[in-house]
Structure formats: structure tokens, C-alpha cells
Design a protein around this ligand. Structure first.
Ligand code: NIG
Ligand code: FE
Length: 432
């Protein structure tokens, strides 16, 4: 029988309504569609109604049978958070490199010396499919506990045909067994593997001639991403890979202008990328190019913090009309976190985004950055029943009471996935 759920008496509902066709830009990012003392009615796995408590009572009169009541008094309700950029499927960890960086070692130098991404590539190649799934499952649970109901997940720690497929296959199986929705991205162009050192163009050929066709044939990914960076993939190589991906139906994304300014933002606009990510060093011209394009800027302030670098110029981007979203960048090297709410906190504190803007960024704009805005990212009738109830009386408190997890309840596809801050598995409180 279809379950009807009535989330009632919320202090505030952040609906984000009206932006399913295009991401929010500029001042529209502050228009978060707030409803005070409101209700949301879910029918099965879909949102059926959002509005005042009074109107909800009228709406519910047409329904017979049991209605599950969730009291949201004193809480705010938001759309399920969306993380549009993660590397959540990997094996191992790199806490020793973190310590080395604190002592002065540079991230990109460690990669050049065979560490960094290449260190995680070794552990990911060694791991079996089951181990990869097990380790990523734990991280997905943590995402859920922090209110995230959809994540993008990149490959890029395999760097061989078989290992890239293994990583994407792990994502596909996790999608089947975990409540979180996973949107897969092929990122064979994450690093030049050691066996191709000095032969980068040959590795690019392997990506274009073997990996992309196979990933497309097996329907393992929806997007293709490239680490366009000095010492990794050049603008020219990145363009070739992304164009090849496009010809196989993989939509382009770019890790752009993260460490050195290479013109990655400009390239993203040129190839019609869905998103340009990082952008710490994006030039004024690059920001203008993004503002004049449909490419969304995915900003990763936790990565900047963890690399101890200056964050992206979010204020300039928003004020100049770039569509901006936020993400954890969850990965073992530059951002080992699953807390998107914390990323929102530091977006306020280090990039001066406002409490309203970070909410728009982590919901509807993030949904656009993974081409899912018709399904998720706002609380509107017809969309997926993905909601978060936060222990906060208003949306500003989410950023003000920072670095604590205020998630009380998470509803994913109409099912309660987190209750009282505790994970629920098959209707029961899970052990972790
Ligand atoms: O988004 N910059 C490239 N990729 C990741 C880091 C991956 C890693 O260090 O393992 C990022 O920062
Ligand atoms: Fe990344």
C-alpha cells in the first residue's frame, strides 16, 4: 500500500521552488521560497503537496487510510541535499600525506613523486570489488547522516581499462543497495598512471580509444571529467578527451583552475561543460566566460581549506551572474569529509556566501550540475520525496551554529532513512 506521510508544523520550509528549468543566478540565489509554519505531504516516493498547515489539512481530506505524521515543529525542512562532485568510491586513506603537507610538502609535488592520487590508485587497484563497495558504503552512510540524498561519484583511481570499470561497477552496485542516489562520472583522466609516465599522449589515446567507448557501451557513466592542471592534463588533451566523451554521449565536466591558472574555466565554457569544478585560480575572463554560459561553477571550499589555499572567488562569481553550487569533493587526498553542511558553513565563512545562497547552491543548483533538477533539488509536487529536517528554528541557524550536525530526520524516496540523527536500516535503527 502507498504510504502517505504528513510532515507537519515546520518552523520554516525551504522550498527552492521555481528553478527546475535553470539554475539560480545572482540575486535569485537568495530567493529560497520560504514557507513559515508549513507542511509537506508525501505520497509514496513523491512529493504531493507543500504549503501551509491549514491547506495541507484540506488536501489530506481526499485521502483515506493511515497517514504517517512527522512533527517538524521547531525545525526547518529543506530538500534532500545534493552533492554534485565526489570521489566517494576508493580504497585506502592518506592521513600520512596530510601530516606531510602540514610539515610543508606540496600536494602537486607528492603527485609528481608517485603519491597523491597515484597512491590511492595503488590501493584501489589492489582492492576487490567487494572491498570497494564496503568502504564506499560507510562513506555513503555518513553522507546520509549529514542530509545528503544524492551524490555524483567519479572514477579515476583505477586508471586502467579494467580498474576504471571496476570502480564504476562498484558505484552501480552501491546505487542498488544504498538509499542514496548515485550519479556516475567517468574520470579516467584523473592522473597519468605511473606506467605511462612520460607518455601522457599515449594514455590520452587509451582513454579515447578504449575507456570511453567501453564505459559508454556498458552504460557505466553519464558524465566525463578531466583533471585539467599543470603537470596533469593540458588544455589541449582535456579538450580532446571531453570531445571524445561527448561523441559517446558522456556530458563534460572539468576539474578546472584548481592549483594553477590554466584557462580551465574558459575551456569549460568553450566545450559546453555542464560544470567547471574548483576554480580557485579562475581568471576574470574565465569567470566572465562562465557567467555568459550554461556551465555551472562547482565550488569546493573544504578542499581549499584542507589544501590551506585561498578559496574560489564565490562573491565575484555570484555577483557577476555565474550559477554557483557547492560540494564536498569527498576524496582521500584533498577533502576527506562527507559533511556537506560543514562545506556550507565554510562557504559562508571563507567565501562570504550568505545562508540563503549556500542552501540554493547545495540543493537546486547542485541538482542542475548533475542534470537532475527535474527530479530533485526543490520541494515541489511531483519531485522525489527527499527531505531533511534540521534541528534549527530558521535557515540562518544552519550556518550560525556551525560545524555541528543539525540533521534530525532524513526522508529518502519517501522512506525514513535517518531519525533523531541516527541511521535507520530497513525500518530499524542501524548499529553505527
Ligand atoms: O578534486 N584534483 C583532483 N582530484 C581530487 C583530489 C583527488 C586526490 O587527491 O585523491 C580533487 O581535489
Ligand atoms: Fe574532485
Amino acid at each position: 500500500m502507498t504510504v502517505i506521510t504528513h510532515v507537519k508544523s515546520a518552523a520554516q520550509i525551504v522550498t527552492m521552488k521555481g528553478a527546475s528549468d535553470a539554475p539560480k543566478r545572482g540575486e535569485a540565489m537568495s530567493d529560497i521560497g520560504l514557507i513559515e509554519n508549513g507542511s509537506v505531504v508525501l505520497v509514496g516516493d513523491r512529493i504531493a503537496f507543500v504549503g501551509s498547515d491549514g491547506d495541507a489539512a484540506d488536501f489530506l481530506e481526499t485521502f483515506e487510510g493511515d497517514i504517517r505524521l512527522i512533527d517538524a515543529s521547531g525545525k526547518i525542512v529543506t530538500p534532500g541535499l545534493v552533492d554534485p562532485h565526489t570521489h566517494v568510491v576508493y580504497a585506502g586513506s592518506r592521513e600520512k600525506e596530510f601530516e606531510m603537507r602540514l610539515q610543508g610538502a606540496k600536494y602537486i609535488d607528492m603527485l609528481k613523486q608517485g603519491g597523491g592520487i597515484l597512491s590511492t590508485t595503488r590501493s584501489t587497484r589492489e582492492a576487490g570489488l567487494g572491498q570497494l563497495i564496503e568502504q564506499a558504503h560507510v562513506r555513503l552512510d555518513r553522507f546520509l547522516l549529514h542530509g545528503v540524498t544524492t551524490v555524483e561519484a567519479k572514477s579515476g583511481y583505477g586508471l586502467t581499462v579494467e580498474d576504471e570499470v571496476k570502480q564504476l561497477e562498484a558505484a552501480r552496485r552501491l546505487q542498488r543497495i544504498h538509499p542514496i542516489d548515485i550519479v556516475p562520472t567517468f574520470m579516467g583522466a584523473h592522473a597519468i598512471p605511473v606506467e605511462y609516465r612520460g607518455r601522457a599522449d599515449e594514455y590520452v589515446q587509451l582513454i579515447i580509444e578504449r575507456m570511453i567507448p567501453l564505459v559508454s557501451q556498458l552504460k557505466l557513466a553519464e558524465f566525463c571529467d578531466v583533471f585539467c592542471e599543470e603537470g596533469v592534463f593540458t588544455v589541449e588533451q582535456s579538450r580532446k578527451i571531453l570531445e571524445a566523451g561527448k561523441s559517446y554521449g558522456l556530458k563534460p565536466k572539468i576539474h578546472a583552475d584548481e592549483i594553477v591558472q590554466t584557462g580551465g574555466a574558459e575551456l569549460a565554457a568553450e566545450v559546453g561543460a555542464v560544470s567547471a569544478e574548483h576554480l580557485l585560480q579562475a581568471s576574470d575572463a574565465g569567470i566572465q566566460a562562465l557567467a555568459n554560459s550554461n556551465t555551472i561553477a562547482v565550488l569546493l571550499p573544504a578542499t581549499a581549506l584542507f589544501l590551506m589555499e585561498k578559496p574560489a572567488r564565490a562573491r565575484k562569481m555570484i555577483d557577476e551572474g555565474v550559477a554557483v553550487t557547492l560540494s564536498t569533493d569527498c576524496n582521500p587526498g584533498t577533502s576527506p569529509t562527507q559533511s556537506l553542511p560543514f562545506v556550507m558553513n565554510i562557504a559562508c565563512l571563507t567565501m562570504r556566501m550568505t545562508p540563503a545562497e549556500v542552501l540554493a547552491a547545495a540543493t537546486i543548483n547542485a541538482a542542475h550540475a548533475i542534470c537532475r533538477a527535474d527530479q530533485i533539488g526543490s520541494i515541489e509536487a511531483g519531485k522525489k520525496a527527499d527531505l531533511v529536517l534540521f534541528d534549527a528554528p530558521n535557515y540562518q541557524t544552519l550556518q550560525y551554529n556551525f560545524a555541528v550536525n543539525l540533521v534530525h530526520t532524513v526522508i529518502k524516496n519517501g522512506e525514513i532513512a535517518v531519525e533523531g540523527g541516527v541511521l535507520i536500516a530497513n525500518g530499524k535503527h542501524a548499529s553505527n
